[in-house]
Design a protein around this ligand. Structure first.
Ligand SMILES: Nc1ncnc2c1ncn2[C@@H]1O[C@H](COP(=O)(O)OP(=O)(O)O)[C@@H](O)[C@H]1O
Ligand SMILES: C[C@@](O)(CCOP(=O)(O)O)CC(=O)O
Ligand SMILES: [Mg+2]
Length: 397
């Protein structure tokens, strides 16, 4: 069986409020970024499955006959939305040489790819193909690179398996799937996130799938269509961390101090709801300085709560202090423990202030850039419509 080529991309995300709390059934507000992950899938006749992941320096090829041995005997095709198939995960861990402990960067990426690939093709014939992925997002820094990767894998492999159609028409540059297909993509991407995050809330893959700004609560996704244009500065402290480890740490703290942590989670929930209310007011009445004052106070309060949860880091404290000297308010975004933070810029914040803030943050060893938010969710592309620099990298494989 030879599968058709497919080229897809999905955006990263920033969480305005509700990271970690969302894993425990609280509200999160998240927004897509204009930084994307691109995946090219090529059908081949080599009898191999190859995966090229230049961002993490991983280039692997497997023989189809080896992979066939891993198909669990237990049952046929698995439906999306179910818990992970424990037998398949065990066999795959053994196959890639992980016997115990946490998976490293390369193992997590390989395991989630092989898991989705085998799950989707197990009841037919495993096809020979090459998947190459390149991302504009920093990996493991809180901007949802794992979800963008999982959404790209899910959409391309679902398309290649024929489970969903390729939406791109000959004359199109890019195209999106219908709601029903997006739900399937989101569901399979969630399985990829389960492998990478351990216990994901599902907010990151929802943003990667649908794009824009959304409110997420216990698996329920509500797109926020009327939101004000926000200016946000993104800072990467370049301190590496793992979402899986941080999420597990918060769970331990909740188990150890339930009466202390429950009010903290409830307070974060109230912060997300208050932020949502303010954002909605800003779209239907004139925007005032007071709206921004409240948004800034919410950012400060949430950052303190995230420190209480144990997901702060000295580098993130530095980010908050440096920006505050310019009157700007910051919080971590994503899992914390290093990685990225967001800084809210007010409409009147002068570009000279932004420039000096960026320079001060760069002097701390951070990367810093003003970003636009609310880009489209997962898309299929005609390769000709993809940015030259991305094509150039993916064409090497
Ligand atoms: N472009 C990519 N190529 C390969 N693997 C990726 C890529 N982006 C993300 N990943 C996988 O996701 C992991 C990072 O996920 P995570 O710790 O959740 O951080 P993030 O905040 O970036 O989502 C990486 O270790 C890797 O396994
Ligand atoms: C901490 C959390 O709320 C967000 C993690 O985002 P990221 O992987 O750090 O980009 C976890 C989750 O929602 O699954
Ligand atoms: Mg992640």
């Amino acid at each position: 069986m030879t599968v058709k080529d497919v080229f897809v991309s999905a955006p990263g995300k920033a969480i305005l409020h509700g990271e970690h709390a969302v894993v425990h059934g609280k509200v999160a507000l998240a927004v897509s970024l204009n930084l994307r992950t691109y995946l090219r899938l090529k059908g081949t006749t080599t009898g191999n499955v190859c995966i090229n992941l230049p961002n993490i320096d991983t280039f692997l090829c497997y023989d189809l006959s080896e992979l066939k041995q891993l198909i669990p005997v237990s049952c046929g095709k698995r439906e999306e939305g179910k818990p992970l198939d424990a037998e398949l995960v065990r066999k795959l861990r053994e196959f890639i040489g992980v016997t115990n402990g946490n998976l490293d960067t390369c193992n997590m990426a390989t395991l989630s790819f092989l898991y989705i690939y085998i799950s989707l093709f197990r009841s037919s014939e495993l096809p020979s193909l090459t998947v190459s992925v390149w991302s504009e997002l920093p990996t493991g820094a809180g901007l949802g690179s794992s979800a963008a990767y999982s959404v790209c894998l899910a959409s391309a492999l679902l398309c290649a398996s024929g489970a969903i159609p390729a939406p791109l028409k000959e004359s199109d540059q890019s195209a999106r799937w219908c709601q029903e297909d997006l739900e399937q993509i989101n569901s399979w991407a969630f399985q990829g996130e389960m492998i990478i995050h351990g216990n994901p809330s599902g907010v990151d893959n929802a943003v990667g799938t649908w794009g824009g700004m959304l409110r997420f609560l216990a698996g329920k996704i509500i797109p926020l269509s009327r939101v004000p244009l926000l200016r946000i500065l993104l800072t990467n402290t370049n301190v590496p961390r793992s979402t899986k480890v941080l999420v597990a740490g918060v769970k331990d703290k909740i188990n150890k101090f339930p009466s202390i942590m429950t009010p903290v989670l409830d307070s974060v929930d109230a912060i997300s709801c208050t932020c949502e209310k303010i954002l909605s007011e800003m779209t239907c009445e004139p925007i005032t300085g007071e709206h921004y004052n409240i948004l800034e106070e919410l950012i400060d309060m949430n950052q303190h709560h995230l420190n209480v949860m144990g997901v702060g880091h000295p580098s993130l404290d530095t980010l908050c202090q440096v920006t505050l000297t310019k009157g700007l308010h910051s919080k971590l975004t994503g899992a914390g423990g290093g990685g990225c933070g967001i800084t809210l810029l007010r409409p009147e914040t002068d570009s000279s202030v932004v420039q000096t803030t960026v320079q001060d943050l760069k002097d701390c060893g951070f990367d810093c850039w003003e970003t636009s938010i609310g880009g489209p969710g997962v898309q299929q592309h005609s390769p000709l419509s993809v940015k030259e620099e991305v094509l150039e990298i993916l064409n090497r494989y």
